[in-house]
Design a protein around this ligand. Structure first.
Ligand code: ATP
Ligand code: MN
Length: 144
């Protein structure tokens, strides 16, 4: 059923909680894990400080990949990490299609949002538009 699992991450603790679930499923199904970080298009407009902001996000993405690789290597889960630029929700849905992923696992919240909202905007848009099933994980929820 599951051969390629997509974990979109913004480096947040919420996305890291989703990683636990993605890894568990990957191990059960002997599936590959695809980790995707999207450098937001909000920074692609140019203007003062834009290059620095993009670089900082790219660096943050790389650090997140390192943190994830340490875990996936220890568990022997085959992992591909990729960084793309654009509108996060659109890039996530497009990537799932490109890489032929059959499940997306992501946090209910991320780095910027307010916990009082039910779902972060990226997750909400992915749930609405994705062709593949989306498993959403609440950080601090049950199962951790
Ligand atoms: P908002 O961004 O709407 O203010 P938020 O930051 O709390 O709120 P989301 O951005 O929807 O919530 O984050 C929810 C999940 O979406 C994260 O846990 C992560 O899995 C994924 N995600 C968010 N941003 C990105 C990104 N830039 N690249 C990859 N995945 C992301
Ligand atoms: Mn966010």
């Amino acid at each position: 059923m599951y051969q390629r699992i997509l974990l979109p991450t913004d480096g947040s603790e919420s996305a890291h909680a989703a990683l636990d679930h993605a890894l568990d499923i990957a191990r059960q199904y002997d599936a590959e894990l695809h980790v995707l970080h999207v450098v937001s298009a909000a920074y692609a407009e140019g203007g003062p400080g834009h290059a620095t902001a993009v670089e900082a996000l790219e660096e943050h993405g790389e650090e997140t990949f390192e943190r994830i690789r340490e875990r996936t290597e220890a568990l022997d889960v085959e992992t591909a990490c990729e960084q793309r630029h654009g509108e996060p929700h659109a890039v996530i849905v497009e990537y799932a299609d490109d890489a032929d992923c059959d499940l997306t696992v992501m946090g209910t919240h991320g780095r910027t949002g307010l916990q009082r909202y039910l779902l972060g905007s990226v997750t909400e848009k992915v749930v609405r538009t994705s062709d593949v099933p989306v498993l959403t994980v609440r950080h601090g929820g049950s199962g951790e």
